[in-house]
Ligand binder design. Sequence first.
Ligand SMILES: [Zn+2]
Length: 178
Amino acid sequence: MTVTPEQSSPQDPTATPTITDRFVAANREYAVTFRDGGMDARPVQQVAVVACMDARLDLFAALGLELGDAHIIRNAGGVVTDDTIRSLTISQRALGTRAVVLIHHTGCGLLGLTEDFRRELELEVGQRPQWAVESFVDLDSDVRQSMQRVRTSPFLPHTEDVRGFVFDVHTGLLREIH
Ligand SMILES: [Zn+2]
């Protein structure tokens, strides 16, 4: 069968590789030197980190984490939503973590967004999303609100060690929020 350009698949060597194709190639390289550390699913450092999905935030490097050390829960803003609580609950009750670290950052894409984003979305697609945008105007107060949501969750057995930070994307430094 003759393959026309329209039918070309990602496996077609003449096609321009997509980013996902590059991931697959990089993964083959990774697996060459990968060694199974023999860890189970419980994080070694018994900690869960909730952070923004921002592409400039390399949590392993910024926090000195090693593979297997921590649960990393990321979303837009690093906000504590019901789904974040779901992950933290499983992390603590099933997988033994006790500490929670929250990390927001300067220059966040959620800064300055408003709930208008939802209304505009509804006008465009004819359906209002179930979720809140969780936008914020003040980083420090949003970190405090996130810490409060963790500390007051009825589902979490360990809320004594909850700390929050703002990561500066220009200096790489964390600033603790009290
Ligand atoms: Zn962000």
